[in-house]
Write a protein that binds this ligand. Structure first.
Ligand code: PEP
Ligand code: CO
Length: 449
């Protein structure tokens, strides 16, 4: 860490993608209040995640990171939180069983409320209003009042994140995530599908193994690893005022942590090497991700590695490539080579969602299952060719049976998109498509190791 860093040094730099909080007095009051709230996560948990990411970077584990593009205040219910946890647990069981590796589970949850936008404004029928920037900032409804940034929303972000995290902790600590419960994570909607049945077979075999182990005295009480209790949270660290207000110094190690979530990433639109986001995150000790899109240069990436991981620690830095199925083969290999040649210790993760988005004929923003799979296939093949480790995947998904992404076993087509299109931002894989991808990623991972 550059020793000139303080939690304030970002303030003198340009912060891209920040809302115009025109009510400064109220904004400052809110930020001041949040700065006095308790942390949502603790340094020990964050360190444990970092350790597991370090292992994944070395091929001894695999990261599944997934959840909504944008969490919303409306979709704040126990069942939606539970179903997101269920699908991530199912995916992790499929991978753990099929590829025999520890799966690190990280949700895009309990804090993913702010969105970068390609345009500051949106025009509909000659009316120009500020773009929707996530529920942390404004309301998606297209009226002046709704779109005006409202600082009070940040208080709601904190409280909803706290309650979501509380429920996740209750589910995972309270036994819901024990391997012996693998059957109950299979949801009704998918249970009868080919994926659901394939999953059910794995759950049966796990049951057999658990029965055998129980007979020889191994159970979740004697071996806590049988409880998949470790579930971590993540979000894009976009709103620097909020992230700064959530930053605390750990009393034991005296290191700084942003306590709004375990893992924070810098988006593709805010990764300027001399920008405020990079500066701010360079000094906190959470594991950090950077989204890298097709415009990244080798020099920029090396500079980012130096700035964000000056001690070259394993587990500190995750590079989440999101190049697009059409561009990945052209761009990623030389970047990987450069990072490797320079001895940079990173975890490579593939986000096959964000560069494969387009507007369908029916007008919905969508992504095709086959294109998502194609980017993943290239990602694994490139790492195999380069002798590097494909360490994880990053998805936008939901536990619900929405119709937002095309394709998959049920062959969702353009005319189906309107049936259940509910995302506040980007299209998400539904539960069945997510499980199907978990099986396919398992095959890819097996092929690589
Ligand atoms: C996102 O993850 O929702 C996002 C906006 O990603 P990116 O920065 O890669 O575009
Ligand atoms: Co998104």
């Amino acid at each position: 860490m550059a020793n000139t860093w303080t939690p304030e040094t970002w303030r003198s730099l340009i912060a891209a993608q920040q809302p115009d909080w025109d009510n400064t007095e109220q904004y400052n009051k809110v930020i001041h209040e949040i700065a006095h709230y308790p942390p949502l996560v603790f340094a020990g948990e964050v360190q444990s995640l970092k350790q597991q990411l370090a292992e994944a970077a070395n091929g001894k584990g695999f990261l599944i990171q997934g959840g909504d593009c944008a969490e919303t205040f409306d979709e704040f219910r126990a069942d939606t939180i539970r179903d997101k946890l269920k699908i991530l647990l199912q995916m992790s069981v499929v991978l753990t069983y099929g590829a025999s590796c520890n799966v690190v589970k990280v949700g895009r949850i309990a804090g993913q409320f702010a969105k970068p936008r390609s345009s500051n404004s949106e025009t509909r029928e000659n009316i120009v209003l500020p773009s929707y920037r996530g529920d942390a900032v404004n309301d998606i409804k297209f009226t002046e009042k709704s779109r005006n940034p409202n600082p009070k929303r940040l208080l709601r972000v904190y409280h909803q994140s706290a309650a979501t995290l509380n429920l996740l902790r209750a589910f995972t600590m309270g036994g819901f995530a024990d391997l012996s419960k693998a059957h109950i994570w299979n949801q009704e909607f998918i249970a009868n599908s080919p994926q659901g049945q394939r999953y059910e077979e794995i759950a049966n075999r796990i049951d057999d193994a658990l029965t055998f182990m129980e007979a020889v005295g191994i159970n979740p009480e004697t071996h806590p690893a049988l409880k998949l209790t470790e579930f971590f949270t993540s979000h894009e660290a976009l709103l620097l005022g909020y992230e700064h207000a959530m930053t605390r110094r750990d009393s034991i190690t005296e290191k700084w942590y942003t306590c709004s979530g375990h893992f924070l990433w810098i988006g593709d639109r805010t990764r300027q090497q001399d920008g405020a986001h990079v500066e701010f995150l360079s000094g906190v000790n959470n594991p950090i991700g950077i989204k890298i899109g097709p415009s990244i240069t080798e020099e920029e990436l090396l500079a980012l590695c130096d700035k964000l991981n000056p001690n070259n620690e394993w587990g500190r830095l995750t590079l989440i490539s999101r190049m697009g199925a059409d561009k990945i083969r052209k761009i990623l290999p030389s970047i990987i080579r450069k990072v490797k040649e320079n001895g940079k210790r990173v975890l490579w993760v593939c986000d096959p969602m964000h560069a494969n988005t387009y507007k369908s004929k029916s007008g919905y923003k969508t992504r095709h299952f086959d294109t998502i799979l194609e980017e993943l296939e290239h990602f694994f093949a490139i790492h195999k060719a380069e002798g590097t480790v494909p360490g994880g995947v990053h998805f936008e998904l939901t536990g619900d049976n929405v119709t937002e992404c095309l394709g998959g076993a049920r062959e969702i087509d353009d005319t189906d998109l309107g049936i259940k299109y509910e995302t506040a931002c980007d299209p998400r894989l539904n539960n069945e498509q997510s499980l199907e991808l978990a099986f396919l990623v398992t095959d890819l991972l097996r092929g690589n190791r």
